[in-house]
Write a protein that binds this ligand. Sequence first.
Ligand code: DAH
Length: 341
Amino acid sequence: MDMKETLQRLSEQARKQIEAAADPEKLNEARITFLGKKGELTAILKGMKNVSPEDRPKVGQMVNEARSEIESMLEKSRTELEKKIREEKLKTEVIDVTLPARKSLIGHRHPNTIALEEVERIFIGMGYEVVEGPEVEYADYNFTKLNIPEDHPARDEQDTFFINNEILLRSQTSPVQARTMEQGKLPIRMIAPGRVFRSDEVDATHSPSFHQIEGLVIDKHITFADLKGTLQEFAVELFGPETRTKFRPHHFPFTEPSAEMDVSCFKCGGKGCRFCKGSGWIEILGCGMVHPNVLSMCGIDPEQYTGFAFGVGLERIALLKYEIDDMRLLYENDTRFLKQF
Ligand code: DAH
């Protein structure tokens, strides 16, 4: 059979296979079959050495013609296929502009955030500034400058996560007191909310990471009466006008005298219920008059200035206010829980 016929037959086969190719993969298969390295046309080219030298140019030309014919068939088919695919895609992806718009989901403020904003509102209303301090803190600020020297047992009570010997994850927001006093601007009226860390096991009332709000007032002639008046006002604003407060003596290294403040149970009004465990009172914060040692260490003359400080647990307020009985719910971020508040 002569070469011309062979090539025509090959072209014809190629045309059939190319026309039958319904998708780009099939088309590619056809290309490989006829033009690929192990394809039919390449096989013929390899056989050129058996063609007599005088016939070679002619045969070569015919092979080249057959190749470009097959190539143009492939190209044509490829363009048509792509066009078809695009048209089908356009048909299936039509946008129905008459459909109602899908509502985007809007998030919800976390109970902690709601409680914090409430506390901030109350203190800003009394002329306080809101300041922040670092979560990764020097042991010097977290302990030493707060009158908790090295080897003081209070360091163990607030066992936290150390980065190295001098740097730790703050176990309380109280270091912001020292940082603010050191800046030297007086008088001071500030609250400092933020995250704190302790190596506690997780349970219904403990978490290795939680939030506190620190408070600090420094001025001339500040007395324990200012402390009581301020925190009484805070309690009333937060828990309602009927709220009474009670101060129990306590010990904190950085205040002297120190106290814990209880509020009358806002559930039973003080008669005693399940909520206040029958006592009628709920413990809410620690407070006291800033220790003269702390003032001196932070560059303030304790002969001229006095002040008070307090620390509140933010989660504690959120749990009480919304009657949530397990702290873990605050961190799970289940929207079915969160959207109730
Ligand atoms: N930092 C204390 C704690 O984490 C809370 C506290 C108590 C802060 C008394 C104060 C304060 O500023 O005066 O237990």
